[in-house]
Design a protein around this ligand. Structure first.
Ligand code: ZN
Length: 380
């Protein structure tokens, strides 16, 4: 089988409308390793969808040549709900306007149900235990009854991904250098992915909180191992990463094609696609604790004027940006400087320069864990 295309219908939000998820499948169902990739779960992040388009073209060729060794599931548009959201002419992604919150939060944790399902089934054979976990994950998610369009969409994405060996959640940031979010259990195992994509930093944490897609998929294995692993060996059966493909404005066929080629080489290295990946590029970024990333927030409302560009090295205490209030009576008092708390480099900036208090205006990648970086480590 070369490629099949499936359209999974999602519940219509209103009469006379329809939405669906488009799924490209390559390889034999059930073949291993299984890789799952989807694009633009936040909907207002365009680069991943163009990368998915280029990746599909590369996979079409690989399939035609009989080079798909495992199974690949590619969802080129992960969020048709968010794609459809438009407020007064402006696309509004990231949060569901109907009140469902951040699209990449709140994926249901199946650990309890899976642990109950496999109790008594596990033995001393790690590979057999992994198969039992995968079957239980698939059976558990299949037994969940989602309520409402957003829950249906999250459920459909999880059903496609939950038993995969590799899960890549393709996003982008506002203005950004390429980087990865990755769980401690998957680092430094993901050094090949980071090197292929030219990732400038890997933000590593046990669990950043919020039940994001990636953390839910890889977290099942870590949590099951914590619970049951003392008596029964359970591998880290899911390698997952949230891939941040630069910034929102970085939409370009050349960049997207190169990213897709990097993802294909990664899939070749992992044995999902047959071929010769060539030498691994030299890595250009390190893995750092996510707690060492300074999230600079606007203390007041205004216009953010940056003193630095992406990639600039900065020192602890250095002012990164000013928040300007153009209505200040004395122009000398119009600026509120915002300094970083760490030595490091600037990874991201905001694209919309009109800011509200509390909004993140930059991420600075340091090396030392920062005080107060606890709880939800993600932006919001
Ligand atoms: Zn995102």
């Amino acid at each position: 089988m070369t490629k099949s295309v499936e359209r999974i219908a999602l519940p219509a939000p209103s009469p006379s409308t329809a939405r669906s998820l488009t799924v490209f499948r390559y390889g034999q169902a059930g073949a291993r390793p299984k890789a799952y990739l989807h694009a633009s779960l936040h909907a207002d992040e365009t680069p991943p969808m163009l990368v998915a388009h280029h990746l599909a073209a590369l996979l079409d060729e690989a399939a035609k040549d009989g080079r798909i060794a495992g199974e690949i599931v590619l969802v080129p548009v992960a969020n048709p709900i968010g794609l459809d959201q438009n407020v007064a002419g402006t696309h509004a992604g990231r949060y569901e306007l109907a009140g469902g919150g951040n699209f990449n939060r709140g994926f249901p944790d199946l650990t309890d149900a899976v642990a109950a399902r496999i109790a008594g089934e596990l033995g001393r054979d790690e590979a057999a235990n992994a198969r039992a976990v995968r079957e239980a994950l698939a059976a558990t998610i299949a037994s969940v009854e989602p309520r409402g369009p957003l829950a249906h969409m999250r459920h459909a994405l999880m059903r496609l991904a939950v038993d995969a060996d590799i899960v890549l959640d393709l996003h982008c940031d506002a203005e950004s250098l390429p980087h990865l979010h990755i769980a401690t259990v998957n680092w430094p195992a993901g050094a090949d992915l980071a090197a292929e994509l030219g990732s400038r930093a890997q933000l590593v944490s046990i669990d950043p909180g919020g039940s994001a897609f990636e953390d839910t998929m890889s977290g099942h294995w870590r949590k099951l191992r914590e619970r049951l692993g003392a008596a029964h060996p359970i591998p880290q059966g899911c390698f997952a990463s949230t891939v941040e493909l630069r910034g929102r404005a970085d939409v370009d066929d050349g960049l997207a094609r190169a990213d897709a080629e990097a993802l294909l080489r990664f899939l070749i290295r992992r044995g999902v696609v047959r071929g010769e990946p060539g030498p691994l590029p030299r890595s250009v970024g390190d893995g750092v604790p996510f707690e060492a990333v300074d999230m600079l927030r606007a203390p007041v409302a205004g216009i953010v004027a940056y003193r630095h560009v992406l990639g600039d090295q900065v020192k602890k205490g250095q002012v990164i940006a000013d928040i300007v209030d153009p209505t200040a009576e004395d122009a000398r008092g119009a600026r509120t400087p915002v300094a970083t708390r760490t030595d490091g480099f600037i990874l991201t900036r905001r694209d919309d320069k009109l800011v509200r208090p509390g909004q993140v205006i930059a991420k600075v990648v340091g090396r030392e864990v920062l005080p107060g970086r606890t709880g939800l480590l993600l932006e919001d």
